[in-house]
Unconditional design. Structure first.
Length: 234
């Protein structure tokens, strides 16, 4: 890890130790790979350490071509299979019939319904039977994530949830990607620090928050798709 700062080397070692513990104590565990920079760094860690941790992605049907190309390159680079989970065709057909293909622009409710069909319900299938899932969430990504813990119990899905990069900065992620020659989505080089479905993601402008390009027509406190929202307390 020559060329990396001592601070980042320490974070890498901590992430490696956490991933080893997950593989040992929480099998079967799985890594949710959105094919963004953070998840590609985690994929590299899992592959480099040869850990028995599965990988999956949510193939929503509306991803950028560049994202799908990154999926293929990652599999070839690491010699792995990243399992794909897709939305139920009947759910998509009913949504489009009742509301239109791009109804997500009409209201937060319709946008979240689209996310539920294309992401949340497939995630439930991806996590079925697992004891833990791993995400690339970081505290610095959004106002909704500032208190993100390294480990928490996901009561919605009934398993442990880990975010090994919680305390990493964006600079840390890119320093890791460069140091370990990690394949990444080329959209990141075109002003997309955060990448989701094509109709719901735009490039950001200079000085904008890194999540400003996600659901850009909504206020910042609603910018989650439902994958990482805690259930309301009664």
């Amino acid at each position: 890890m020559s060329g990396l700062s001592p601070e980042l080397q320490g974070r890498i070692e901590a992430a490696e130790a956490l991933l080893r513990r997950i593989a040992t104590e929480f099998a079967p565990a799985t890594l949710a790979n959105s094919l963004g920079a953070e998840d590609m760094a985690l994929t590299d860690l899992v592959a480099r350490l040869k850990l028995p941790i599965g990988l999956f992605t949510l193939e929503t049907g509306r991803l950028h071509k560049e994202t799908l190309d990154t999926l293929a390159r990652a599999e070839a680079h690491y010699g792995i299979t990243i399992e794909r989970f897709q939305p139920e065709a009947a759910d998509v057909e009913a949504y489009v019939r009742d509301h239109g293909l791009n109804a997500m622009y009409e209201s937060v409710e319709l946008r979240k319904r689209c996310c539920e069909i294309r992401k949340v319900k497939p995630l439930q299938r991806a996590l079925a039977g697992k004891k833990a899932w791993i995400t690339g969430l970081r505290r610095a990504q959004a106002v909704t994530r500032t208190a993100l813990p390294l480990q928490e119990f996901d009561s919605t899905h009934g398993l442990e949830k880990f975010s090994p990069l919680a305390d990493w900065s964006e600079e840390d992620v890119w320093a890791y990607i460069e140091a370990f020659n990690v394949p990444f989505n080329p959209l990141h080089q075109r002003g997309y620090p955060s990448i989701g479905c094509e109709p719901c993601t735009r490039a950001i402008r200079p000085g904008e928050d890194i999540r400003a390009g996600r659901w850009w027509w909504e206020s910042s406190d609603s910018k989650e798709c439902g994958l990482h929202v805690k259930p309301a307390k009664e």
